[in-house]
Design a protein around this ligand. Structure first.
Ligand SMILES: *[C@@H]1O[C@H](CO)[C@@H](O)[C@H](O)[C@H]1NC(C)=O
Ligand SMILES: *[C@@H]1O[C@H](CO)[C@@H](O)[C@H](O)[C@H]1NC(C)=O
Ligand SMILES: *[C@@H]1O[C@H](CO)[C@@H](O)[C@H](O)[C@H]1NC(C)=O
Ligand SMILES: *[C@@H]1O[C@H](CO)[C@@H](O)[C@H](O)[C@H]1NC(C)=O
Length: 574
């Protein structure tokens, strides 16, 4: 299929003219989608929906009723969190089903705004600038990683449907989710950690997403891996599908997802061959996301929480290491063991439910050792921080979090001039960004404020350009951004009819498709970096690389919106 068609077929929404006769009418009901174009900026809205006949009830798709109404010609409605913000002249469409007896025509006479800002308050400041810009771009990176059938809202023109048979080898639908990195495997362990960490950022820094105008996008973005991970957990049969695609076969080919021909086997963990690491992390993702979605979609939030509970029990009761049965050991081995994953899951379930059993579990599993890494593998410090949030009297936990952040601030290797806290050769920037997230949340929790935020900001400034190489480490952003990230789909022609193979890998030129928003691995400890596609150590991208990074950006935008961005302490910041 050609991508050109997808572009031309995008529907053009049009404002509805009132009175409007709803065409989709059946005996007893109607279904419709209507649009209006406000001529003012909206930051929260309420509207009056007036029918020509009595309507028994309406079931909104994407708005809320302001109170319980029924058997009325007039319904008062209001925005939900994802569609409260609109710039002047931007179309606003809402859909609903309604129960209306009989079959005679149903006409909507009017749809009028009764309030154009929530609580009549002035609209909060919107924030622009580097952090808001890169925040939006990072969400685009995740969109470029989508597997499965793409929705009509897809914003990445060089991507199309792919891997539509995932799971069919086991008679299951395992389509969807994110491709892992520059490759096309779906590795659930890092995918779930990325989801948890993005949900954490959304819970903690929702106001940052809102100020950047990215709330709708981030919710859309998070649903993608969540919908997939929900498919992976079969609570009726106690099976969890932990990977789709063969890492070895996938890595031996250079092809875009749309062209894949190699078999994509799916692998599961079960009671007999358990994996508490991957299932614990997925339970954490469901629990954290259930909190993030509470204000947005209560039904989805409840479904996530229910699955978090059942998957948590499965992970906790059947302990084991997933790589004993899933061939992910050479790619995403759980080096830290599974205790940290279960601790993290317990902490998130405690926060989502307030039930003591989860708190007790977290405190049984928690590490009392200083941590040196927060990552897809090791989330001990995340559990320490969450449990400190739950008990501010626990000085030992506070000290562990302080030691972690202070280690990054002072004792890890620094690059020579611009002082990146450099942790590891392979994909160093993501470790720093992850530590910056711990610092940002710790600052909110009152462990420390200015120093932690300054350090986090100095590291993000480094990634965006204040570095020895004087370049951006984010594709599609800033000065001299990476043009040759190690990434199959973006390295090939945007014309999907053209071949995609090792010739594209070996092409000395830039990737034809800009993988906007992707944070690359980053420099060596001397601040040296080369924009080479073959350099998967410094120039690959991955879902886990952007997760902490994006959450910190949301935190920075939140501070900016409140006029509280700290000083730029990066010595190379201009
Ligand atoms: C409506 O939109 C405003 C502005 O985005 C937001 O603050 C408010 O929480 C939204 N209302 C609901 C019920 O989500
Ligand atoms: C699994 O563990 C939970 C506690 O997390 C317990 O309530 C439940 O009965 C256990 N289920 C099975 C099947 O062992
Ligand atoms: C969850 O965490 C938030 C942020 O620390 C806190 O305000 C809230 O009280 C917690 N809820 C529970 C039930 O622990
Ligand atoms: C909080 O932590 C302190 C110190 O470890 C402990 O004595 C106390 O029992 C904890 N409080 C709760 C409610 O768990």
């Amino acid at each position: 299929m050609s991508v050109i068609f997808a572009v031309f077929l995008l529907p053009v929404a049009a404002a509805t003219n009132f009175p409007y006769t709803i065409p989709d009418r059946w005996n007893g009901g109607v279904s419709t989608n209507i649009c209006t174009t406000p001529d003012v900026k909206l930051c929260g809205w309420e509207m009056k929906l007036v029918f020509s006949v009595n309507v028994q009830s309406i079931a909104p798709h994407d708005f809320l009723l302001t109170n319980a109404q029924s058997n009325s010609r007039v319904y008062y409605i209001k925005n939900q969190s994802s569609n409260g913000d609109r710039s002047a002249g931007q179309e606003l469409c809402i859909g609903f089903n309604a129960d209306v007896s009989g079959t005679s025509p149903v006409v909507i006479s009017r749809l009028v705004f009764t309030k154009t800002s929530s609580d009549g308050q002035p609209c909060p400041a919107t924030v622009s600038g580097a952090y808001a810009d890169v925040l939006g771009k990072s969400i685009l990176f995740y969109e470029a990683q989508r597997s499965g059938p793409l929705p009509s809202t897809n914003r990445i023109p060089w991507r199309a449907d792919s891997a539509l048979n995932d799971g069919s080898d086991n008679n299951r639908d395992l389509t969807g989710g994110w491709y892992d990195a520059g490759d096309n495997v779906k590795f659930n362990f890092p995918m779930a950690w990325s989801t948890t960490t993005l949900a954490w950022g959304l819970i903690q820094f929702r106001a940052g997403y809102q100020a950047a105008g990215e709330l709708t996008n981030v919710y859309d973005s998070l649903r993608w891996p969540l919908d997939y991970l929900l498919k992976c957990w079969d609570s009726d049969h106690n099976e969890y599908w932990a990977q789709v695609g063969d890492g070895y076969a996938d890595h031996s080919q250079w092809t875009r997802p749309e062209d894949m021909t190699a078999a994509r086997p799916s692998y599961k963990v079960t009671i007999g061959s358990p994996g508490s690491d991957v299932t614990g992390e997925t339970a954490a993702a469901f629990a954290a996301a259930s909190i993030a979605f509470r204000s947005e979609d209560q039904g989805y939030s409840a479904r996530l929480l229910q699955n978090a509970r059942s998957l948590y029990d499965f992970a906790y009761n059947n302990s084991g290491t997933y790589t004993d049965s899933v061939p992910a050991g050479d790619f995403y081995n759980s080096w830290s063991g599974f205790t940290d994953d279960l601790c993290w899951a317990s902490a998130w379930l405690y926060n989502a439910t307030g039930e003591t059993v989860y708190k007790e579990r977290a405190m049984e599993l928690i590490s009392s050792n200083d941590q040196v890494e927060f990552s897809w593998d090791n989330k001990n410090v995340g559990c320490q921080l969450l449990m400190y949030e739950a008990n501010h009297s626990d000085a030992a936990l506070k000290a562990l979090v302080e030691n972690f952040v202070n280690r990054y601030r002072s004792s890890v290797t620094k690059t020579p001039t611009c002082e990146l806290s450099w942790y590891a050769k392979w994909g160093t920037l993501r470790y720093t960004a992850n530590a910056a997230l711990i610092a940002m949340v710790a600052a909110d929790v009152g462990i420390e404020d200015t120093k932690y935020r300054e350090w986090a900001l100095s590291q993000i400034d480094y990634m965006l350009g204040a570095n020895e190489a004087g370049r951006s480490y984010v594709v599609g952003y800033g000065n001299y951004p990476p043009q040759r990230p190690h990434h199959r789909a973006s390295s090939c022609s945007s014309d999907l009819n053209q071949p995609c193979n090792w010739n594209d890998y070996n092409n000395p030129g830039p990737n034809p498709n800009v993988l906007t928003g992707a944070l690359v691995g980053g420099p060596d400890n001397g601040g040296n970096y080369a924009d080479a596609r073959s350099d998967y150590i410094r120039n690959e991208v991955a879902c886990d690389y952007n997760a902490g990074f994006q959450s910190v950006l949301a935190g920075l935008v939140d501070l900016q919106a409140r006029g509280k961005l700290p000083a730029h302490t990066n010595p190379c910041f201009k």
